[in-house]
Ligand binder design. Structure first.
Ligand code: NAP
Ligand code: MG
Length: 500
C-alpha cells in the first residue's frame, strides 16, 4: 500500500494532526493509498515555505531558460513514469486505462514540457510604443512573477489539473501551494515525488491535500498568497472570488460548463454522431468542457437519435483498469446520487428518457460507482437538465429548426466554456462558430485542446485563461519602467507645475 505525506519545503512530512485519508478506487471501493490530510496549520507551513522560496530563494530570479532546463529534467522522469502514473490515475480517479494510457497522462506530460519551454522563451521585457509627452523618455515593461500562487483543483482529471496549475506558474518564476481534491490526491503526490528528486529548489512547489472549506479557504484567504488559480465548480468559484477579494488577489477561475454541440444539417453523420459521443461520454461525462447539450436539426432528429441510442447502448461499462472498458465508473456515491436526481428531474420536466437512467450493480460492478450511459430526448433548453451541470454520463438532445435558433439555444446558458459545430461546409461551420459565446469552439472535433492555446470560459465558466502565451502571462504581473531622457532642469516641465 502506498503512503503519501504532505510535500512541504522539499520534504514529505506528516499532517500536523497526524490524520490521513484513504484514497479510494471508484471501480472497486478498494483503498489505493493512504494520504496525509492537510489542516489549515499545514497550509500555513506550506505558504511560509512558498513565501520564503519566492522572497529569498533563487527560483524567481533565475534565467527563465535555466528554469526551463530544470523543468525539462522533471519532464523526462514524468515521461518514464507515465505508465505507472496512468495506473495510479486509473485506480484513484477511475480513468479507464485506455484514457489514462493514451490520453490523460501522456497529454498532461506534454503540457509540462511545452509550458516549461514556452516559459523559457517568453519575452519578459517589452518596449512601450514611443509617446512623447511631456518630455522624452525610454519606456518599457517587465513581466514579473506574482509571487506565491495558491492553487486548488478538482477530482475529475487530477494529474492533468496538477500539471496545468504547477507548470505555467513555476515556469514563469512563481512558487506554489497546490491543494488537490481530497477525493483524488494520489497522482499529484506522485508528481510531487518526482519534483522532490529534481533540482527545483525546496519550497517552490508544495502539495497539500486537504479539505476545501477549511484548508482550501485558509490558502485562498492568506495575505501571503499573491495569486489564486482555481479549477472546480462555479458555486465554489464564487466563494473563492469572494475570499480572494479580502486581500485583492489576482484570480483565475476555470469553472463549470454545459457545452452546446451543434450538428448542422449537412454534417457527416458517420463522424459527427460518434464525435458527439466522444464529446459527451469521455470519462463518463465528468469533464467541464463535455458536449452535454446535443443540438440536432428537426429534419435529422429521428435518424440521429436512433444512432446515438445505439452507440450509447453499445458502450461497455466496466472497471477502469480493464482494457475492454469503454466507460469506467463515476467518482463516488455523492456523484451517483446527483446523477440519479437529475434523471428523475428530467423525467418530471417532460424530457424523454431514451436509454440508461440507472445505476449498474451487476456482478463486479456492485463494488463501484457505475451508471448507465444515458440519453434524454425531447429536451428543451429551459429544463434543469439542459441548464445545470450534471457531471455524469447524461446526454440531453435538443431539437432546433434553423441555425439562428441553434445559436440562440447554445448561448442561452450561464456557462460559456466549450461549444462545437459539425458540418461538411467549413465556412458555414465557421460562421456559426463565431456566434457562439464560448472560450473554446471546436469544428468537427471535440476535447482537443493545446498547451499553446488559451483555455478558459466566457460568462460564469470563469475568469482568465490558462496555457499558451495567454496563460503564462496570467502568472506575470506587469511593471512599467520610465527612464527619463531629459537631463537639464529646463527640460523637466514639472518644475513649472509645482513652481519649484
Ligand atoms: P468543487 O466541489 O468546486 O471542488 C473543487 C476543489 O475546490 C476541490 O479541491 C475542493 O476541495 C475545493 N473546495 C471546495 N470548497 C472549497 C472552499 N470553500 N474553499 C476552497 N476550496 C474549496 O468541484 P469538484 O466537484 O471537485 O469538480 C467538478 C467541478 O469542476 C465541475 O463543476 C467542473 O465543471 C469543474 N471543472 C472545471 C474545469 C475547467 O477547467 N473549467 C476542469 C475540471 C473541472 P475538496 O473537494 O477536496 O474538499
Ligand atoms: Mg479516489
Amino acid at each position: 500500500m502506498r503512503e503519501y505525506d504532505l510535500f512541504i519545503d522539499g520534504e514529505f512530512v506528516p499532517s500536523e494532526s497526524g490524520e490521513t485519508i484513504d484514497a479510494q478506487d471508484p471501480s472497486t471501493g478498494e483503498t489505493v493509498a493512504t494520504v496525509a490530510n492537510g489542516t489549515p496549520a499545514d497550509m500555513d507551513r506550506a505558504i511560509a515555505a512558498a513565501r520564503k522560496a519566492f522572497d529569498e530563494g533563487p527560483w524567481p530570479g533565475m534565467d527563465p531558460k535555466d528554469r526551463a532546463k530544470v523543468m525539462l529534467d522533471v519532464w523526462e522522469r514524468l515521461a518514464e513514469k507515465a505508465g505507472e502514473i496512468g495506473e495510479l490515475e486509473t485506480a484513484d480517479a477511475g480513468h479507464t486505462i485506455r484514457n489514462s494510457s493514451l490520453f490523460s497522462v501522456p497529454y498532461s506530460n506534454e503540457y509540462w514540457r511545452y509550458l516549461a519551454e514556452a516559459g523559457g522563451k517568453l519575452n519578459y521585457t517589452e518596449p512601450v510604443p514611443k509617446y512623447v509627452f511631456p518630455t522624452e523618455a525610454w519606456e518599457f515593461v517587465e513581466r514579473v512573477p506574482f509571487g506565491v500562487c495558491g492553487q486548488i483543483i478538482p477530482w475529475n482529471f487530477p494529474y492533468m489539473m496538477a500539471i496545468w496549475k504547477i507548470a505555467p506558474a513555476i515556469a514563469t518564476g512563481n512558487t506554489v501551494v497546490l491543494k488537490p481534491a481530497l477525493e483524488t490526491p494520489v497522482t499529484a503526490m506522485a508528481l510531487a515525488e518526482v519534483i522532490a528528486e529534481s533540482d527545483i529548489p525546496p519550497g517552490v512547489v508544495n502539495v497539500v491535500p486537504g479539505d476545501g472549506p477549511t484548508s482550501g479557504e485558509a490558502l485562498v484567504s492568506d495575505p501571503r498568497v499573491d495569486k489564486v488559480a482555481f479549477t472546480g465548480s462555479t458555486e465554489v468559484g464564487r466563494r473563492i472570488m469572494q475570499l480572494a477579494s479580502s486581500t485583492i488577489k489576482y484570480c483565475t477561475l476555470e469553472l463549470g460548463g454545459k457545452g452546446p454541440n451543434i450538428l448542422l444539417d449537412d454534417a457527416d453523420l458517420e463522424i459527427a454522431v460518434p464525435g458527439s459521443m466522444w464529446a459527451m461520454y469521455l470519462h463518463s461525462g465528468q469533464i467541464c468542457h463535455a458536449g452535454t447539450r446535443l443540438l440536432v436539426p428537426a429534419s435529422l432528429y429521428d435518424e440521429v437519435i436512433a444512432r446515438v441510442v445505439e452507440l450509447a447502448e453499445g458502450f461497455k461499462v466496466g472497471p477502469a483498469a480493464d482494457f475492454e472498458s469503454d466507460l469506467g465508473p463515476v467518482i463516488n456515491q455523492t456523484q451517483l446520487d446527483t446523477i440519479e436526481r437529475y434523471v428523475e428531474i428530467g423525467q418530471q420536466e417532460g424530457a424523454k428518457l431514451l436509454t440508461g437512467g440507472e445505476r449498474m450493480t451487476e456482478g463486479e460492478l456492485s463494488k463501484g460507482f457505475f451508471f448507465q450511459p444515458t440519453v434524454f430526448g425531447d429536451v428543451t433548453n429551459d429544463m434543469k437538465i439542459a441548464q445545470e451541470e450534471i457531471f455524469g454520463p447524461v446526454l440531453t438532445v435538443i431539437r432546433y429548426e434553423d441555425a439562428d435558433e441553434a445559436v440562440r439555444i447554445a448561448n442561452d446558458s450561464i456557462y460559456g466554456l466549450s461549444a462545437g459545430v459539425w458540418s461538411r461546409d467549413t465556412s458555414r461551420a465557421l460562421a456559426t462558430a463565431r456566434r457562439l459565446r464560448a472560450g473554446t469552439v471546436w469544428i468537427n472535433d471535440w476535447h482537443l485542446v493545446s498547451p499553446a492555446a488559451p483555455f478558459g470560459g466566457f460568462g460564469q465558466s470563469g475568469v482568465g485563461r490558462e496555457h499558451g502565451e495567454w496563460g503564462l502571462k496570467n502568472y506575470l504581473d506587469v511593471r512599467y519602467v520610465h527612464v527619463s531622457q531629459t537631463t537639464s532642469k529646463d527640460q523637466k516641465f514639472w518644475f513649472q507645475v509645482l513652481g519649484l
